[in-house]
Design a protein around this ligand. Sequence first.
Ligand SMILES: Nc1nc2c(c(=O)[nH]1)N[C@H]1C(S)=C(S)[C@@H](COP(=O)(O)OP(=O)(O)OC[C@H]3O[C@@H](n4cnc5c(=O)[nH]c(N)nc54)[C@H](O)[C@@H]3O)O[C@H]1N2
Ligand SMILES: Nc1nc2c(c(=O)[nH]1)N[C@H]1C(S)=C(S)[C@@H](COP(=O)(O)OP(=O)(O)OC[C@H]3O[C@@H](n4cnc5c(=O)[nH]c(N)nc54)[C@H](O)[C@@H]3O)O[C@H]1N2
Ligand code: SF4
Ligand SMILES: [Mo]
Length: 736
Amino acid sequence: MLIEKFKKFLGLDIKEEKYAYASDPLFGYTSASKIPEKWIKTTCGYCSVGCGMLLGVKKGEIVAVRGDEDAPVNHGKLCPKGLSEHYSIKSPQRAKFPLIRDHAGLHERITWETAYQQMVERIKATQQKYGRESFAVLSTGQLVTEEFYALGKLVQLGFKTNNYDGNTTLCMSSAVVGYKQSFGSDGPPGSYQGLEKADVIFLLGANIADNHPILWHHLIKNKHGTLIVCDPRKSKTANFANIYLPIKPGKDIDLINGLIHLMIKWGKVDRAFIEAHTHGYSDLVRHAENYPLEIVAVRTGLTEEKILQTAKCIGNAQNVFFAWTMGINHSTQGSDTVSLINTLALITGNIGRTGAAPMSITGQCNAMGTREFGSTSSLPGYRKFENDKDRQELARIWRVREEEIPKKRGKNYPEIIQDILDGKIKALWVVGTNPLASFPDQQRLKAAFGKLTLLVVQDGFHPTPTTELAHLVLPAAIWGEKKGTFTNSERRVNLVQAAVNPPGEAKTDFNIFLDLALYLGVREKLFPKWRTEEDAFEEIKAVSSGRLCDYSGITYQKMLELGGIQWPCNDQNPNGKDSLYTDGVFPTEDGKARLLYVESSPKPEDPDNSYRLILNTGRTVEHWHTRTKTAAVPILEYLAPIPWLEINPQTAQYYEIRPNDKVALISRRGRVKDLVVRITETVQPGQVFLPFHYFEKCANLLTIPAFDPKSGEPNYKQCAVRIEKMPVANGAEAMT
Ligand SMILES: Nc1nc2c(c(=O)[nH]1)N[C@H]1C(S)=C(S)[C@@H](COP(=O)(O)OP(=O)(O)OC[C@H]3O[C@@H](n4cnc5c(=O)[nH]c(N)nc54)[C@H](O)[C@@H]3O)O[C@H]1N2
Ligand SMILES: Nc1nc2c(c(=O)[nH]1)N[C@H]1C(S)=C(S)[C@@H](COP(=O)(O)OP(=O)(O)OC[C@H]3O[C@@H](n4cnc5c(=O)[nH]c(N)nc54)[C@H](O)[C@@H]3O)O[C@H]1N2
Ligand code: SF4
Ligand SMILES: [Mo]
């Protein structure tokens, strides 16, 4: 019955059905008319696991998707989003034509020529009047690396502004800063194989069961390891843990300090490694004295027994795989927490081996590509803006004057928003991100966007909350329609291929950037002889040669054959490398890592009598971020059509709330009405959880605009809220 309902929902021809593709989203059944003429190898366009997949194409359409059995990441498996990704391409909300906003505020179709002319003229006029930095750019972690690389050059050497950042600051920037502080460079040192080999897998603020599902298949292969999960919410991942640590929100620093204390006290540290490869141990020892077990238990809300159990596991293991995601990064102390995890890994000698690494699991399909070559937080090839030698080297390869390359990075994402509010930035180009759903404190953001004299939005979809406000909409091709590379969390560079043409007049971001360079008069200077993405890739290889993120040994053909290659890939490592820092030498000036120590500071907003609850926000397996893609996929939307608010039974009792009641959630910044309640012990008393995917009930109306001062990353995971019960007739009605 349910299956019939799904089929009807998806409009499949039931009579023609035949068991054909085990990985079809419809329980393995598909219509005979959907048998592909050819299969094209590519990489999933959602998360950073980077699964290899095959797109079945028939008559210019993708009719089926299956996991690539040869792909080293997923060995033929895909999660529900990957399996149904091709449905997003057919969304009725795809952006098809360039649009301009007329005087009445309506979007009107224009030609690409007019769009480019308008954009370039208006940006130039703004820059002439208010200075170069009055124009800013916000990009994403979801383009191919070739596009990021082209965009970085175009923005900084073409438009000559370095107020350029991306949604990766909402996501990975604390991991980047944390790595730089500890090791001297960005770059996740471990690999997914580590999940299979480690004796202990310690996940902090990472719900991989929902958000990196295929990583489970690596975990399952690990028959001996202990899984420890630290998360205030008993997530799907926490449910599988051998040791679950229901930490008080935002108290990870105290826990890690406590673990460092115990490692030192018990002598479970690697003295030889510390002496040969690190600085700062004696200071760390003094600092750790302040974190005895009793104090740590009180601060973290964890029992002494659980902390001891965790410490024993770490202390006795040969290989510990520390991994974290947004529960750590989404904090005003994210960068320092990352460094502290690195410190714990370093003193216990857990680095440089398969299964032993402090590993930031990234988020978007190509968050890594922009970190490596996007020119936002570093210059391409993890070069430093401030380093003369790095700039000289780049200028030589690019054949430009050294002075043309900025000496410091420009404003980061939240600083760009602040500058718009302050009237310093007047024109903004948004590429592949949807701030009007994803940035904290939407009221404030809307006030900022209202001040812009020019907003250009380049997106694969329209309308979106952000394109709706745009003066100019540039329609972009999306995954399935473009070529290039994505780098996953384990530094694996994977090939992405086009299977179909974009709709209407939409163009690949790559071609839009090249066209704009032409209109700016810098096409040949910046992109000499480039015709295809592969030409850009060749330049990336040259730029990366000899660097930590060395791509010089990778080719498109080799990726097709090997199914993705982990950098560094060069003469010494022709097929890539599983772990970084295998020799204990780090990319700092003296080759040694820094043992950073950190005190925890108060959260930006604690509950009080008016706002008694802590709001935690995050994800669910069915949806992708602001749902521009997944809302168009019937099976995913059908499984999770509306947002819900998780409340603990004790909290529910206090507010006299029953299952399926509707409530309003209110913070000092905004209010979200008509939220259906899910009463569950997944969240602890005094805490609530709301997924942030639903623009129509936007979690970011509530979140706080508080940012890590080092990385700019928002504190999305804790703010103070209260609940008001909404009048509803009965629970059943509330569900509709
Ligand atoms: N299905 C799906 N998958 C995705 C995405 C998606 O939108 N949908 N997005 C991708 C992206 S860009 C990203 S960045 C990743 C994010 O992947 P995750 O980080 O796994 O996702 P979140 O749900 O944001 O947060 C993870 C966990 O942090 C916990 N947490 C909250 N506060 C704290 C705290 O103080 N301490 C600790 N230790 N934990 C805390 C939350 O309860 C939550 O379970 O997922 C990627 N994968
Ligand atoms: N409250 C709360 N807020 C959060 C988070 C949270 O946990 N809680 N998580 C944060 C994190 S980690 C992240 S990464 C951000 C994500 O936030 P966003 O980046 O805003 O989310 P997406 O929906 O992925 O937006 C991507 C946009 O790019 C478009 N697009 C897709 N493919 C292409 C393409 O190939 N080219 C172009 N030009 N456009 C394309 C999509 O249609 C969409 O509009 O959200 C952040 N916001
Ligand atoms: S785990 Fe991530 S990369 Fe793999 S299929 Fe799912 S969304 Fe795609
Ligand atoms: Mo993210």
